[in-house]
Design a protein around this ligand. Sequence first.
Ligand SMILES: *[C@@H]1O[C@H](CO)[C@@H](O)[C@H](O)[C@H]1NC(C)=O
Ligand SMILES: *[C@@H]1O[C@H](CO)[C@@H](O)[C@H](O)[C@H]1NC(C)=O
Ligand SMILES: *[C@@H]1O[C@H](CO)[C@@H](O)[C@H](O)[C@H]1NC(C)=O
Ligand SMILES: *[C@@H]1O[C@H](CO)[C@@H](O)[C@H](O)[C@H]1NC(C)=O
Ligand SMILES: *[C@@H]1O[C@H](CO)[C@@H](O)[C@H](O)[C@H]1NC(C)=O
Ligand SMILES: *[C@@H]1O[C@H](CO)[C@@H](O)[C@H](O)[C@H]1NC(C)=O
Length: 569
Amino acid sequence: MAASSVHLALLLCLMIMIPATVASPRRLRESPAGASRPTTFFEVDRPLRPPPGSSGPCSTLLLSGSFGSTLAKPPATAAYSPPRCLAAAGGRASAISLAVLEWRAACRGAQLDRIFGVWLGGAELLRGSTAAPPLDGIVWSVSKDVTKYASLVAAGRSTLAVYLGNLVNSTLTGVYRANVTLHLYLRRAPAPRPPPAVAPADLVLPMSRALPPNSGGGLWHQIRSAADVQSTSVALPSNTYRAVLELYISSHGDDESWYTNQPGYRNGPFREVTVRVDGVLAGAAWPFPVIYPGGIYPLLWRPVAPIGSFNLPTYDVELTPLLDGKAHEFGFAVTNAQDVWYVGANLHLWLDPGSTATTAGLVSYVAPPANATSSQSGDPVDTHHHATASRLFSAAGWVRSSYGNITTNATQTFGLEYTLTFETLDRTTVAGAGVSATDHAGGVVYAVQTRRNFPLGWLYEQGRLTVTHGLDETTVSAGRWWTGPRSRSLRTTQSSVVEDEEGGGKSWGVRQAYSYEATDGCYFRNVTSSGYGIVSDHSSEVCAAKGTSSGRGAVGAAPGAEKAGLVRN
Ligand SMILES: *[C@@H]1O[C@H](CO)[C@@H](O)[C@H](O)[C@H]1NC(C)=O
Ligand SMILES: *[C@@H]1O[C@H](CO)[C@@H](O)[C@H](O)[C@H]1NC(C)=O
Ligand SMILES: *[C@@H]1O[C@H](CO)[C@@H](O)[C@H](O)[C@H]1NC(C)=O
Ligand SMILES: *[C@@H]1O[C@H](CO)[C@@H](O)[C@H](O)[C@H]1NC(C)=O
Ligand SMILES: *[C@@H]1O[C@H](CO)[C@@H](O)[C@H](O)[C@H]1NC(C)=O
Ligand SMILES: *[C@@H]1O[C@H](CO)[C@@H](O)[C@H](O)[C@H]1NC(C)=O
């Protein structure tokens, strides 16, 4: 654990004296060596359902790997060719109605949480952290919707690569074993001519380091300081009419827990990943504060992993207004970065089937500098540290293709609020993104508005630490090309408690509420755990009737409410 906050380091010093791997002494004594069963760890997420009229799944084991002393070594690789069931269905990307990448892993022996990535043809498909396994072993799995990479899945032969940087010695004996499986669902009837621009991209260009990398490690760019800009040059096909850059982001080493940093200490609590095209700022991502399963205090995340830790969120930056059909250099940087950030990027491109070249022009572009502030209040003994930051990007441009002359206006807005006191941390990031594409007559071709909210807080009092964090995401879509759900809303809150017990032990528990509501389906789940055991787990896929309670969790609603989540074992 990095002592990212002077205050928290002081507060937790008592707790840290018990190493995480032996923090459940009673449990370990109960199970004779070798006879214990591994614990299943999990991140709360919704099941992936294929659209009606799909067949499948047809499942292919892509890679089976064992990751012992792999740190800074080249990734494990396997030759990839499109599954036979896809060839039998005509082989086209548009035959895929849902593609799911499943990561299933196990580890026996103590080990730290480690970062891993999965790449197909150099394009990143999944990034996750492993769990922080206790001695008696764990298993966990992640299923990710990778339909947006359908063009890569259907393309010819390529290479699947997995990097998981692990280190084994006489204390950390855990070797991770992992299987990567692709599950394809195919359309029974031929796809209706896919609506342009909103179907999966026709081409996904990786902007990673080349495979095999000379120095080993993942295919991500490594950004080691605020001044470090990592660049890749790509030539876009001349008939491109839409471009979206997808970012994968994770922070490690000195910046593993940047989100808690007191202002003025270790570059403070504000980070943004910026994207430059030929040196000009084109957009940004303000990262979700991913807590790794060994983060803050490892017992907090057993067995329910922190939000986004097993399957890290990705971030899209709409680049269509900046298209001009020329080769460009894409640069990536992290404001206030300390050593080290792993930034990967895929460029999703939509190509005009009716022409060999599009023409394009920029109409307007606004990107004032980010406004970051910090201040203090309170007395010298109980100082309150505040920080804020905000940022706006807006660009509009037109692209003339066989679909007509379409003007795209893309806007990003960001805000951060942060307060740290002796006992509490309270921070939230709000990220808004809007894309509006209109035709020459002003009709809306497609429009997507997304708002993400990342709250994170803790409260430490009387030997009891409560960490509450959440992810809210709302997307509203419209326009005549749009065929997907008109609205989607995800709201999940996880509240984890660890507490000193009389006699020196620890007890811990997690409550998580997950609520997903979309015009094409819903999913609700409430989970409560105590120690390694699940106390209650309720889920439902029935959408609540309009106007009734949406199933928003009571978790974190009142400080007293968390008490119920901590059942002593
Ligand atoms: C990976 O797949 C192999 C073959 O099916 C199986 O024996 C092994 O247990 C799997 N490993 C994990 C971690 O699921
Ligand atoms: C094993 O590796 C960890 C992490 O690098 C280190 O802290 C520990 O001292 C090592 N143990 C031994 C016995 O070398
Ligand atoms: C920067 O943000 C602070 C805090 O929200 C605000 O008071 C100030 O007016 C902003 N400055 C600019 C130039 O927008
Ligand atoms: C496309 O539309 C924009 C905005 O209406 C206009 O400025 C531009 O000249 C048009 N381009 C072409 C090739 O017609
Ligand atoms: C683009 O959208 C933003 C936000 O809605 C708006 O302020 C701006 O005027 C629009 N630009 C153009 C050129 O339409
Ligand atoms: C989850 O908990 C909330 C609040 O207690 C409740 O309204 C909701 O019905 C629960 N959902 C499920 C699926 O159990």
